[in-house]
Structures are given as C-alpha cells and as structure tokens.
Design a protein. Structure first.
Length: 163
C-alpha cells in the first residue's frame, strides 16, 4: 500500500459511499474511513443497530478494520465527514463518544470534512486531550458537502442529534 494516499481523495470516497447508501433508513448521515499504510482503506457509515441505537461511523469503521486486519497502526489516519463526537448528545448512540474511542485505540490523526457544531457551536473544539491532531479539509467540494451534512444535525425535521 502506498503511503501517498491523499486524505481528501479518501474523504470524497467516503462521501460517495454515503451517497450510495443514502436511501437506506438504517444508514445515518456520517461516513468514515481508516487509512493504514499497510492495507487498503476501510470505509463505513453510521448505522442503526438491531436495538435501535446508532453505531457511529467511526465505531463502525474501526470494527470493520479490526475484523479484517486487526488493530490499526498508530500512524493510521481516521477520515470522517463530521469530526468525532466528544460527549454524549443522545441516549440513542451505541457506545462512548467517538473521541474517547479513538483515544482508547491510540489513533493519533483525524482528517475531517466538518467540525461537529453540536459539540463545538463556534467550531473551537479542542481534541488535544484525546491525544489526536485534527485536520480539516480545504477541498471545496468535500467541505461544502460535509458542511451540508452537518447542517442536517441542526434541521428542525430531525428528532435528535444521534446519527
């Protein structure tokens, strides 16, 4: 696997996966990928579990990665359409906040299309206590799509901020 993978190219692939699964009511509005220099990227989306809770995209993609390859390398890159959640915003989520999960898995790098405005209304969230650096896309198409997806969390038509 080449170390020359462009994070925004993978972000765009994650967005396309979300687009392709959009019609499924069991799929949420966040996509993620893990890029580990040893393997092909792994992709996932947020999913409704059989219990009705939401499995966030980061947790889903980590489970897929671990089932396929084992633990990701510390130099692996988590790529998300929406930055990892840092607190419990809803009782309908499966598991602890995603930032906590990434810290437990010792992932040090996250690239995202948009800052989670539910967790940081001014976009000023600090991920350093979780042990990872966050980079934000500057790709105009990825940024616009991810900003629009993030806007769905604030939509008055949504029952809760849980997907």
């Amino acid at each position: 696997m080449s170390n020359q993978i462009n994070a925004d190219d993978v972000l765009l692939q994650a967005i396309l996966l979300l687009r392709d699964t959009w019609g499924n009511p069991e799929v949420g509005i966040v996509a993620a990928a893990i890029v580990d220099p040893r393997f092909e990227p792994v992709f996932g989306v947020s999913l409704r579990t059989p219990s009705g809770r939401w499995l966030h995209a980061e947790r889903n993609v980590l489970q897929k990665f671990e089932n396929r390859y084992g633990l990701p390398d510390r130099n692996a890159l988590m790529i998300t359409t929406l930055s990892p959640c840092t607190k419990v915003n809803s009782l309908s989520r499966a598991g602890e906040p995603c930032a906590q999960l990434l810290m437990e898995k010792r992932l040090r790098r996250v690239h995202t299309g948009c800052i989670d405005l539910c967790a940081a209304p001014r976009g000023d969230i600090d991920y350093h206590p979780y042990g990872f650096e966050l980079s934000l896309t500057d790709h105009p198409v990825c940024k616009r799509i991810c900003d629009n997806l993030c806007g769905l969390f604030r939509s008055p038509n949504r029952a809760s901020n849980d997907v």
